[in-house]
Design a protein around this ligand. Structure first.
Ligand code: SF4
Ligand code: SF4
Length: 373
């Protein structure tokens, strides 16, 4: 009950910041696609306000809240600093009890299956996107204690991503630790309104990483990275976990952030014509626009200006399964701007975007770190 009150207070203070200017509408993918105010950030804020203040919400409210991608493009645009990403999670929690039994089951099953350490690797390997083809290097010297987040689905579906990161880091003199069957960041549970389950995982991660004395936490899936960086937002400032979560958040870096000032020219890369898709979780969630593009440009790749690069590709975690029609429409729009015959490769920074885009094109899609041979 206390958690609910804290959440309500937080939602009210976020909603108060909204001045209804509507600037966010132009950059919202669902508003652009569907043209309905209730599928815009401002419309959804109104729906959450009504649910909160008057306890007024219907199946229609759930319908419009669920169509939100949580891409946070609106946060980047908003001049008033409305923390929309936090608000939509609270809004979905508010209406959770009114979901149909079928929808609840679907959401619960998805997060249970995707985070299940035994079942998912068993079935997921049938859909593997990329396997490891290069030898594993041995670390040659000890350095700072670096933990490489493995994520829930990435080790099964694209094990080559973290394999490539480890080899790059080892070549640069670092010695990363990765645990197979490692920690789940809690994002899937958190975004599907299973907050208690998410909090158990998050507190366990915080405690373990602090006890182990990890210096830097590196994420190769920008969706996991933004979740860990946002851990402090999940605790009240008086909660003893708040300062611990801040410490963990400050230690967390996307792989691009970690490598941006390294000399990567010594590593060999292919001569191919490529394009790059910036995931929302990197450009809006972690507020790191242009970071990978700057690394690729330094490496000699000529990247075109991608029209509507701020727009979501429609993957958005479990969104592609729960809202397949909108998700596919957004992917088609994205690929129109990203892919044509001149490109031999499309790069990105998040496993969800990678798999989603790959399902819509014959051009190979990879994590950008996989270009290092
Ligand atoms: S841009 Fe910000 S302040 Fe303006 S309507 Fe959107 S959320 Fe509200
Ligand atoms: S998070 Fe994305 S889809 Fe949701 S309201 Fe904001 S811009 Fe629109």
């Amino acid at each position: 009950m206390q958690t609910v009150n804290i959440e309500n207070q937080k939602a009210e203070s976020i909603i108060r910041k909204c001045v209804h200017c509507g600037f966010c509408l132009a950059t919202c993918p669902t508003y652009n696609l569907l043209g309905n105010e209730l599928d815009s950030p401002r419309g959804r804020i109104y729906l959450i306000k009504s649910a909160l203040e008057k306890n007024e919400f219907t199946q229609n409210t759930i319908h419009h809240l669920d169509k939100c991608l949580t891409c946070r493009s609106c946060e980047t645009t908003c001049p008033s600093g409305v923390e929309y990403g936090e608000l939509i999670d609270i809004g979905r929690n508010l209406v959770e009890s009114k979901r149909s039994v079928f929808l609840k089951f679907k959401r619960d099953f998805l997060r249970w299956f995707l985070t299940n350490r035994k079942l998912f690797p068993l079935f997921g390997r049938l859909f593997r996107h990329s396997s490891i083809k290069t030898p594993k290097l041995s670390p040659n010297k000890k350095s700072q204690k670096i933990l490489l987040l493995s994520g829930c689905v990435q080790p099964t579906l694209a094990p080559n991503i973290n394999h490539s990161v480890k080899n790059v880091l080892i070549k640069l003199g670092y010695n990363p630790i990765e645990r197979i069957n490692g920690e789940c960041c809690g994002a899937l549970d958190q975004h599907l309104s299973a907050n208690e389950t998410a909090l158990v995982k998050i507190k366990r991660n915080i405690d373990n990483w602090l006890i182990e004395g990890i210096d830097t936490i590196i994420s190769t899936a920008s969706g996991c990275g933004v979740m860990v960086k946002d851990y402090p937002k999940l605790f009240d400032k008086n909660d003893p976990y708040y300062s611990k979560a801040e410490e963990i958040s400050n230690k967390t870096k996307d792989i691009a952030e970690f490598l941006v000032n390294e000399d990567l020219s010594q590593l060999s890369t292919p001569k191919v014509k490529l394009n790059y898709h910036a995931p929302c979780t990197l450009q809006h969630g972690q507020q790191l626009p242009g970071i990978v593009e700057s690394i690729l440009t330094k490496l000699g790749y000529e990247l075109p200006d991608v029209p509507d690069a701020h727009m979501c590709c429609g993957s958005a975690g479990t969104y592609s399964t729960l809202q397949p029609k909108i998700s596919k429409q957004l992917r088609n729009e994205k690929l129109k701007n990203l892919d044509d015959d001149q490109f031999e490769l499309i790069l990105t920074s998040n496993i969800g975007c990678l798999l989603h885009l790959q399902n819509g094109t014959k051009t190979p899609v990879k994590h950008w770190i996989e270009i290092f041979e």
